[in-house]
Design a protein around this ligand. Structure first.
Ligand code: MUC
Ligand code: MN
Length: 369
């Protein structure tokens, strides 16, 4: 039986300023959910977002208050070992709030996995891989610093896929920045860009033509999320793959995006999708339609990253890899044993549930009071 649901905010400085077209992050606010059950088992989930309300339509504070006030009372007293029944209840009466629902579903699955003695990847159908390729985002805002940072990552064998955040400057400046990095790092690495919706269709035509000619591998969400027709036109016009990110808000949006042939790659994110099961459905729709998969992040800490890793390990095609580097962007660890990154890959935890242990002393020192 579900006995208590606690929401925790923790502000953690980032290792450097992280500049997106929609926000400059100096710190990240983790939104964590802890569900305690009468059998003594507890589960953890995460609903972290980017830049307050700069990126998504739920803020850390709104997620906390909506879980505390509206979602937790629906679940208290329910049997904890039927995650689907718990989530059906929540999804029936709570509109929107996909991030909050994701944290709740993750915590229930973590608890259920521990109860059954199996990893969350087993609850999601079973893993097809034990390690996931991990991209790093170069977003210092400075071309030379980005090149030095990428070289250090290659040297440490941490990342060889780099995603560049663009869209805050002019198209010409951004193209110059990206192609300088591509030239410095050479062809052994994959260079991709994320415009975070900053371009008009005309700017996108200009920018993508130059990026495609320069050998860039992937263009992520160049135009606004509502403009799927424009994304579809860009997909037809260019051979470099277009990836939908902000446009993807769960299975129904996946269905309409594949219907419109809007993108050839989907960035699957558990929070944007409204949870692990809806994210799995969105990925299935993509796969059925021949759309390739990429494992996305909302720059979550260790809990959301581990949950995402369990889901992505079940994907058959993961041809574009993942960007599950969130914990590496943070200056503080909240786990007893950190997630393992080695040889350009994140190792998917193998223990029951999420296979991680939150260190309560560390978290207590960081949590917002
Ligand atoms: O993909 C996004 O838009 C969000 C996020 C993922 C990596 C990163 O640096 O920002
Ligand atoms: Mn993106």
């Amino acid at each position: 039986m579900i006995q208590a649901i606690e929401t925790i905010l923790a502000d953690i400085p980032t290792v450097r300023a992280h500049k997106l077209s929609v926000a400059t992050m100096q710190s990240q606010t983790l939104v964590l959910v802890r569900i305690r059950c009468r059998d003594g088992i507890e589960g953890w989930g995460e609903a972290t977002t980017i830049g307050g309300l700069n990126y998504g339509d739920e803020s850390p504070e709104s997620i906390k208050v909506n879980i505390d006030t509206h979602i937790a009372p629906l679940l208290l007293g329910m049997t904890a070992d039927n995650v689907a029944a718990c989530m059906a209840r929540v999804r029936k009466v709570i509109q929107g709030n996909r991030f909050a629902k994701c944290a709740i579903e993750t915590a229930l699955m973590d608890a259920q996995g521990k109860r059954l003695g199996v990893p969350v990847s087993d609850l999601l159908g079973g893993r097809l891989r034990d390690a996931l390729p991990v991209a790093w985002t170069l977003a210092s805002g400075d071309t030379r610093k980005d090149i030095a940072e990428a070289e250090a990552m290659l040297e440490q064998r941490r990342h060889r896929i780099f995603k560049l955040k663009i869209g805050a400057r002019s198209v010409e400046d951004d193209v110059r920045h990206v192609l300088a990095i591509k030239k410095a790092l050479g062809d052994a690495v994959s260079i991709r860009v994320d415009v975070n919706m900053a371009w008009s269709e005309l700017e996108a035509q200009q920018g993508i033509a130059a990026l495609q000619a320069g050998g860039i591998d992937l263009i992520e969400q160049p135009v606004r999320s509502e403009q799927s027709a424009a994304l579809a036109r860009l997909s037809r016009r260019f051979t470099v793959p277009m990836m939908a990110d902000e446009a993807l808000k769960g299975p129904l949006s996946a269905l309409s995006l594949v219907g419109e042939a809007a993108a050839s790659v989907f960035a699957i994110k558990i929070a944007q999708s409204g949870g692990l099961v809806p994210a799995r459905l969105a990925a299935d729709i993509a796969q059925l339609a021949g759309v390739s998969l990429y494992g996305g992040t909302m720059l979550e800490g260790a809990v959301g990253t581990a949950a995402s890793a369990h889901l992505f390990s079940t994907f058959d095609d993961l041809s574009f890899g993942t960007e599950l580097f969130g914990p590496l962007l943070l200056t503080q660890e909240i786990l007893a044993e950190p997630l393992v990154y080695r040889d350009f890959m994140l190792q998917v935890p193998t223990g029951p549930g999420l296979g991680i242990q939150v260190d309560m002393d560390r978290l207590d020192a960081l949590r917002r009071r």
